[in-house]
Design a protein. Structure first.
Length: 336
């Protein structure tokens, strides 16, 4: 027992020494963890209601109507999903959680800007799902307008992404052939950050700083590092969503404003993002009477949904409507 205690003290001393060696990175990670606790208990991110915007069915679309085409790409499975969303049987869940926590301590000791939980990256399954999207686009023989927009063939589409790494990496891998053969960029928009109080929805990357691929993706067969360092536009990334003073609704409205003010009517906006954000979008802008599965179901991991959104003036302000008949399951579609 005495010898075992000595080993514990030595191990603890070595761990503390490693943390001290990477003091700046350690302090940064500690601040992130503290912020995640504040977010968990005090966030206003989910405090909004559908009735905060007019029922799209009441909008007058017979007059001047602006339209934009949008493609939603849901990110692949994340390490957070792998840890918490699979079997809750303690026989499987507890070892997964212990392994995840242990690896988090390892990343902390290494002094890297990386995390299993915070801004949770793609899992190996998530990478596979993004690769499957890439393969689908590469082999696609249906030259639909949506597929052409994803491939960049029309020359008239823009790629935007949440500032969370799993969304950036899904766009990087899924659209790799397009990005690798062009100078197209992925524009990071913080308004696309996921709607939740969990720490996996908080960005590990500071404002206007280039993101770094996770430890899982760094040695991936595709040159993800090159895309991250050279083709990710961080100029509009103002960093994490604040603890208070924002909400999912506010960020969704900011996104709509961005689309209509920064793209032309014939341009397609390709969006890499998150399930709750996307579902919230459809719930807000489909008619309240709609029974479409976009309201109740998540987009599948790595799946793509296309649609058209309209903007009109309603009571002196802009209001938005998704026409249900324009919703198209381009790839994989919605979860069953």
């Amino acid at each position: 027992p005495k010898m075992a205690g000595t080993y514990v003290y030595v191990a603890a001393g070595l761990f503390i020494a490693l943390l001290a060696r990477h003091a700046q990175a350690t302090l940064y990670k500690i601040k992130l963890y503290l912020k995640s606790l504040l977010y968990l208990f005090f966030t206003t991110d989910t405090r909004w209601k559908l009735t905060d915007v007019p029922d799209p069915a009441t909008l007058n679309t017979s007059g001047v109507v602006e339209k934009r085409t949008i493609l939603f790409i849901r990110h692949g499975e994340s390490m957070w999903n792998e840890t918490f969303n699979r079997s809750k049987n303690p026989v499987y869940f507890i070892p997964r959680l212990i392994w995840a926590a242990s690896y988090e301590l390892y990343l902390l000791a290494k002094g890297e800007r990386d995390s299993w939980f915070y801004d949770s990256p793609l899992s190996l399954e998530g990478i596979k799902q993004a690769e499957q999207l890439r393969a689908y686009l590469s082999a696609s023989k249906s030259q639909s307008a949506h597929v052409d927009a994803l491939l960049g063939k029309s020359g008239n589409s823009v790629i935007v992404s949440s500032n969370l790494r799993r969304a950036i990496s899904t766009a990087t891998i899924g659209l790799y052939d397009r990005l690798h053969s062009s100078e197209d960029k992925i524009v990071l928009l913080p308004c696309l950050q996921e709607i939740s109080r969990n720490m996996d929805t908080l960005s590990i990357t500071p404002a206007q700083v280039s993101p770094i691929p996770s430890w899982i993706e760094r040695d991936y067969v595709l040159d993800i590092n090159k895309i991250y360092s050279g083709q990710v536009d961080v100029s509009q990334n103002q960093g994490n969503k604040p603890v208070t003073g924002t909400s999912g609704l506010k960020r969704i409205m900011e996104f709509n404003k961005w689309v209509f003010e920064n793209t032309a009517s014939d341009q397609v906006t390709v969006v890499a993002g998150h399930s709750l954000w996307f579902r919230g979008y459809f719930r807000l802008f489909l008619d309240r009477s709609s029974k479409h599965k976009a309201i109740s179901s998540k987009i599948s991991n790595g799946g793509v949904i296309g649609f058209t959104v309209s903007r009109v003036i309603h009571n002196g302000v802009h209001a938005y409507k998704v026409e249900e008949h324009t919703i198209e399951e381009v790839y994989k579609g919605f979860d069953k």
